[in-house]
Design a binder for this molecule. Structure first.
Ligand code: THG
Length: 376
């Protein structure tokens, strides 16, 4: 059987959509109700470009939830367990957002643009609805909106050269996760040193969707001397490096402690925040499940369309969330969400997928040691 995902007015197109299609995007996913390219037809070539050169990604589907107004800081602090006290204007922070039971709802980057203006650069769940409801119920004096802002990521060891050629050498001194509002030939932008890879790079938050194709062309042109190519959030590199994909690696009732975000939960805060009591209790009890790294046998896997059931000695132990073949580890690798009982290093797993049977084991994370230091 062969089928296509139909396109219609309910799904949104990114400002870079037409350019990604003409540059050869072969597969799209839907993320925050927007199409996002995931492949240009050659996964290994895209991986190599990211590891050794530079690639440009349409990540406009990482939508922004803007919180602005006199209570903006108080509201942002209330909706995340991370302690953002003293966060300066111009800095981003990776944070969990939890519900009242401590369940993880999203894992955005929070950007503080002004004292009382923030963006939550969200992963794939409806945080606009959540924040609007919390703001109204709590009588916060804020406006919560989705602005016309669309990130374009430039990632890889040569990203710094491309971005310096576009904006000037000052961007070389921008610290990891910091950002600056600027423009490029009149195109309003925020330039941030961030991105969903551990190979270094920047994200250009385009602040006028009508300029999408122009920005795409300018980046492509500036990248020519460095052989820039189109790419997408890279599944292989992110599994090797240990970056979380909300929804793929998480369960609807996963807590931050289950999925490696416990370090961003500050239970010693004196102020209230959503989920505080539940998270205190959960942290005492310890997580029921844990997301762990695995390696497994067999010829290279391609991609899992859905989680695979994992067993230990025949007993169901959890699910294999995301898999790929790792060129650096020279093995199949993945993340598994397992009952805590089965998460000790060396635990042997059996599972089926792609019509094959696999044997694997729990190993330490990250699955591949970082080769570059981007914490400049
Ligand atoms: N950039 C921007 N928005 C985003 C993402 C992004 N929104 C969706 C999604 N990605 C959100 N999820 C993540 C997951 C991991 C990271 C960033 C966003 C990340 N984590 C580092 C890590 O885990 O090592 C750094 C965390 C830290 O120490 O602060 O970069 O990529 N704009």
């Amino acid at each position: 059987m062969s089928y296509q995902i139909a396109m219609g007015p309910r799904e949104r197109k990114s400002p870079f959509f037409d350019r990604t299609v003409s540059d050869g995007a072969t597969a799209m996913t839907i993320y925050n109700q927007m199409f996002m390219p995931v492949s240009y037809g050659n996964a290994l070539a895209e991986y190599n470009k990211l590891m050794e050169g530079v690639s440009m990604w349409d990540v406009a589907a990482q939508r922004q939830v803007q919180i602005e107004g006199q209570d903006a800081e108080r509201l942002v602090r209330y909706i995340t367990p991370r302690n953002l006290k003293g966060c300066p204007v111009g800095k981003g922070n990776y944070v969990p957002i939890c519900d009242h039971e401590g369940r993880l709802l999203n894992d955005p980057v929070v950007l503080r643009l002004e004292k009382q203006k923030f963006w939550l650069s969200i992963s794939d769940s409806d945080i606009l609805l959540w924040v609007r409801a919390i703001a109204k119920e709590g009588k916060y004096n804020v406006v919560v909106s989705e602005p016309d802002v669309s990130p374009l990521a430039i990632q890889g060891p040569k990203a710094v050269d491309v971005v310096a050629d576009l904006f000037g050498d000052w961007i070389r001194n921008l610290k990891y996760f910091w950002f600056k509002e600027t423009e490029l030939d009149g195109i309003p932008l925020v330039v941030a040193r961030s991105g969903w890879s551990k190979q270094g790079g920047y994200e250009l938050y385009l602040c006028d969707g009508t300029r999408g194709p122009t920005l795409w062309d300018k980046v492509k042109e500036a990248g020519k001397p460095y052989e820039i190519g189109p790419g997408a959030p890279n599944y292989i590199e992110r599994l090797e490096s240990g970056l979380l994909s909300f929804g793929a690696d998480t369960h609807p009732d996963s807590t931050p402690f289950e999925v490696g975000m416990g370090k961003f939960v500050d239970l010693d805060r004196e102020d209230e925040f959503i989920g505080k009591q539940a998270l205190i209790r959960l942290s005492k009890d310890g997580p029921k499940r844990k997301l762990v790294g695995i390696i497994f046998d067999g010829d290279p896997v391609t991609f899992n369309e859905h989680p695979w059931v994992a067993r230990v000695d025949g007993t169901i132990a959890g699910t294999i969330r995301s898999v790929c073949y790792s060129p650096r580890r020279k093995s199949n690798i993945g993340f598994a969400l397992l009952e805590t009982l089965y998460t000790e290093l060396g635990t042997k797993l059996e599972f089926k997928g792609e019509g094959r049977s696999f044997k694997g084991e729990v190993v330490a994370q990250p699955l591949v040691d970082p080769i570059t230091s981007i914490l400049i």
